[in-house]
Design a binder for this molecule. Structure first.
Ligand code: NDP
Length: 290
């Protein structure tokens, strides 16, 4: 095969999807997993089973990790650290930016190079052209292995700081989880009022579809340091989010989420932003202790 060989360590749902995709594209693949039986079906498809993590590292320069988090990386690679020299370890496990920076230093101490990755799709998205993964770390190592990595998803290089891939990943996740919880809140509120999720859906979708306009409008103003109350005022927003909270209290549904929103607005009022835009909450969130 003319396709570069690759090692994949970590065969959860994500690692398994990656191995299948590499094999289907013609890459020779060496695999290792703590629970060895999870490699069985992949070996039947043509993957080579390494007897140890060290053997898996030694097999190929390019090593993809798909583990639960960075702590799992140390558990797997510490006993095999002597085999890290000269390896390009592409860690596609999710974690915080600081954990990925510490991981990169640790790999470098053992003579290897870490590329950090943040996969933005579930296992079913691996091998799909619309999927993407953030990468960060040494650019030359990324460019050298880009074509192989793009077998999995589109590759978006975010910079040399190893924490950047994790940062971009987390920027997406903080919005994903809070947005989806806001949807669950709307569904719960609808349900106790006799609506189904299907009834809520078109209104929810329309509300979400209006968001990109707000995002770009406020990004420009925030970068320019403009938080004036010419288009919206925090005090007006305060009244609105209290109506939201009271609607949820009235309905008897959980209030953790709307109460957290009211709390943030209240702190903005206390900080003296009542006549400014509600974008001034960014200043408060930037420095929560202030
Ligand atoms: P899993 O948590 O199911 O994968 C676990 C893998 O890590 C298994 O191979 C497991 O080994 C191994 N592992 C965990 N702890 C240890 C340890 N202490 N020592 C040795 N091996 C360990 O996750 P996924 O496969 O779903 O995902 C992998 C990564 O991809 C995660 O970081 C996840 O956040 C990220 N990701 C996942 C997405 C998804 O939808 N699944 C989407 C985007 C990113 P064993 O089989 O022996 O238990």
């Amino acid at each position: 095969s003319s396709k570069r060989p690759v090692t994949v360590i970590g065969l959860g749902p994500m690692g398994q999807a990656m191995v299948r995709t590499f094999l289907d594209a013609g890459h020779p693949v060496t695999v290792w997993n703590r629970t060895a039986s999870r490699a069985d079906a992949l070996v039947e498809r043509g993957a080579v089973r390494a007897a140890s993590a060290a053997e898996a590292l030694s097999a190929n320069e390019l090593v993809v990790l798909s583990l639960t988090d960075y702590n799992a990386m140390y558990e797997v690679l510490e006993p095999a650290a002597h085999a890290l020299s000269g390896r390009v370890v592409v860690n596609l496990s999710s974690d915080t930016p600081e954990k990925t920076r510490a991981g990169a230093r640790w790999i470098a101490e053992h003579g290897g190079i870490q590329l950090s990755g943040g996969v933005t799709v579930p296992p079913s998205g691996i091998g799909q052209p619309e999927s993407s993964t953030f990468y960060s770390g040494p650019r030359d190592s990324f460019e050298k292995h880009r074509a192989t990595l793009e077998t999995l998803t589109r590759a978006e290089f975010r910079g040399e700081d190893p924490g950047l891939a994790a940062l971009y990943y987390q920027l997406g996740m903080v919005m994903f989880w809070t947005s989806m919880l806001s949807y669950w809140q709307a569904i719960a509120l609808g349900e106790v009022n006799g609506l189904t999720a299907a009834d809520v859906l078109p209104h929810a979708a329309e509300t979400m579809a209006s968001m990109p306009n707000f995002l770009s409008f406020y990004a420009e103003r925030i970068d320019a340091g403009e938080h004036g109350g010419d288009v919206d005022r925090l005090a007006m927003g305060m009244a609105s989010v209290e109506h939201v909270l009271h609607t949820n209290v009235e309905a008897g549904v959980d209030t953790a989420l709307p109460a957290a929103v009211v709390d943030l607005f209240r702190r903005g009022m206390d900080a003296g932003y009542e006549a400014d835009s509600f974008s001034s909450l960014v200043k408060l969130m930037r420095r929560p202790a202030a």
